[in-house]
Design a protein around this ligand. Structure first.
Ligand code: SF4
Length: 323
């Protein structure tokens, strides 16, 4: 039981607890607090203004659905563009697309759908047959980042918003820290300015909102969600760290915000002074910018691997047929 009345409006029944302040709130007051947090983040980092064309990356999940709902409610004057990548993942991609279409329709946000199989002739599922079979999520991440950046440029978007929340940021910081990947930590901030002309600014307006509260926001506002899990979902180190963060939060309610502050105000400024940004060059295959020492971007390297496997399969089938 959360008590009789909401701590803020003192008239409605409380339905959710705001962990950090231990406040029991009704749906309306809870939603208003999340809108205020989002608005503060956008203003603090000057994430976008009326002159921008803002794209929202939608996945069919709770994080991006909450992001779209909050952005639309908080900034009704801005015209947002929804983006969905159909990666051809068996049953999951089509379910997720349906949820995204429903969400965009209910919020009157125009939606652009990119179909990987139709455009490039392969899907994420095809990587199950490659040496990446145990790292499908990593391949998926590379492909998504590449395509969103490219599609955003083609649509003339100046800003792309993603649904990364507080727990995503913290668990990734710690994973990268344990791997000694300080360059990637340096880049993981609420706003990434374009590194080359024509690239959209990347923003994370939910960076201060804990995952648990995003879940409640999506449920309380009855947002349409994909309703099934991706068949490639793995227990990654980052997911394990999320569990540890939850435990630590039980001991100290503000632990997550303290850790965020350590990274954003202490560690990242230090890293900026000591690590230079890598130079980008156009990829030798597709022309998109890459920091790879071989001059071929991650996307093209993975596509090349797939085509080599297809050639090998064709060779084997021909040999069998000729016998
Ligand atoms: Fe991609 Fe992995 Fe997410 Fe599935 S679980 S959509 S493969 S990142």
């Amino acid at each position: 039981p959360l008590g009789k009345l909401c701590k803020l409006c003192k008239s409605e029944v409380p339905v959710v607890t705001l962990t950090t302040q231990n406040l029991k709130l009704c749906k309306n007051c809870f939603s208003k607090i999340q809108q205020r947090r989002l608005s503060e983040a956008v203003k603090k980092y000057r994430m976008f203004g009326p002159e921008d064309r803002v794209g929202i990356l939608l996945s069919g999940g709770k994080d991006s659905a909450t992001l779209a709902h909050l952005l639309k409610k908080t900034f009704p004057e801005i015209s947002f563009q929804g983006l969905y990548l159909n990666l051809g993942i068996r049953y999951y991609s089509d379910f997720a697309q349906k949820a995204v279409e429903e969400l965009c329709e209910s919020l009157s946000i125009p939606l652009f759908v990119y179909d990987l199989k139709a455009e490039k002739g392969f899907s994420i599922d095809d990587f199950v047959f490659t040496s990446f079979k145990d790292k499908i999520c990593s391949v998926c991440g590379t492909i998504k980042r590449y395509l969103f950046s490219k599609v955003a440029r083609e649509l003339g978007l100046t800003v792309i918003a993603t649904g990364h929340h507080l727990d995503d940021l913290l668990s990734t910081y710690l994973t990268l820290f344990f791997n000694g990947d300080f360059i990637s930590i340096k880049r993981l901030v609420p706003v990434n300015l374009p590194l080359f002309e024509g690239q959209a600014k990347k923003i994370k307006p939910l960076y201060q909102i804990p995952e648990r509260e995003i879940f409640f926001y999506a449920v309380l506002n009855e947002l349409p969600l994909e309703g099934c899990a991706c068949p490639h979902g793995e227990i990654t180190p980052s997911k394990k760290i999320k569990g540890i963060l939850e435990e630590l939060e039980k001991e100290n309610r503000t632990f997550k915000y303290q850790l965020l502050s350590v990274f954003l105000k202490g560690f990242i400024p230090l890293l900026r002074e000591n690590f230079e940004e890598s130079t980008l060059v156009p990829c030798k295959v597709c022309g998109e910018p890459t920091a790879s020492v071989h001059g071929i971007c991650g996307f093209c390297r993975r596509v090349n691997l797939l085509s080599r496997i297809e050639d090998k399969t064709l060779e084997l089938s021909l040999a069998k047929w000729q016998k």
